[in-house]
Write a protein of this length. Sequence first.
Length: 417
Amino acid sequence: MITAIINGRVFDGEHVLEDTTVVLDGTRIVAVGGRPPAGADIVDARGGTLLPGLIDAHVHTSDEALSLALRFGITTELEMQGLNTRDRRAHITENDSLADVRSAGFGITPPGGHPSELMPKGFKPGGHGEPDGHSDRPAPREMPLMPFSTTPEEAVAFVPRLVAAGSDYIKFMVDDGTVEGHPGLPMLDQATLTAGVAEAHRHGMLAIAHTLTVDATRMAVEAGVDGFAHLFMDRPHTGEIIELIAASGAFVVPCVVLNASMTGVTGSSLAEDPRVGSRLDEAWTNTLVSSYDRYPQGELEDVLASVKALHDAGVDLMAGTDAAPMPLPFLGGMVHGASVHQELQYLVRAGLTPVQALRAATLTPARRFGLEDRGRVAEGLRADLLLVDGDPTVTIGDTLNLREVWRRGTRTTLAPS
């Protein structure tokens, strides 16, 4: 079926196009501009803005979470540790009621290293947050490859196994537990990290670093990583660390919502927004209104200043949340979908324009992760689209005025009935 979206403003992932018709045929965008074809199903976008489907560049996810994400206009999630590797997601790829997903599989870390300290004693994956794992929610599929590494040789050996197991990019944990309230965790050393990154590059894979401190960030830059899944929060930025990141060409997913949660900031203000609260069940609401609260000495304003400094230095920034795969209050402050919209608000608060923030959730992650079929509104690309009321290119909060979402051309009405 051919669909023509008319009379709306279009943010194409980079620029704003006024009063532009966008035509969909099946799963693809077939025209941007021109007149609607005869017989097309017409969607009147008057008073609204059509955007590329949003991309969350840092999650840990599940089928339930992917469904929730799509209900907030997020059409792709990039999993930074989890189960949704290439050979495990056929049921997601063909299901237009779920956001699409790419995955690192499990990140390279030493035995006992991050993220082992985040799991409460007795916690079992698949639970609803209860320590004994009791839940009516489905248990996860068979656990994937766990690439525990303590030497360069072990890291190098694990990379091809991760590639063969379907990882879309390779993640390295560079974390001594300081920010999570567990200083002294085992951590990859420089030689192991550098060897692993080089091996990832030899296989044509992006190397992504989990770092929350300046020192770990410096290690990852020295190792040659392609991007950072977090922004350091243990101290204010310096010109030196900003220049190092910028000169390396690496991108950064700041996950400001996560850093805020680490300092004890909950997502209560977001949950109180009726555009959000009405779409969440009790379990996800309880998660959103809690927080990690493991680094209360952190300063959110320092994080925001670092975001602005990186942006001013020309570093590619992406919107990410670090949302958990299931409702878990002890990993709280973020939920799938809604927290992307809050992250965009944080990016604007840091000093980006609304258009620059929107690029961080559309064009930039698609380009940096090689997702050439999405992230823009352009002829020939996937029909992954979001229609909202208002103009988020001027007022970023308008992204939550959800009206319609298309995933591969399948339309879901998001506005309240």
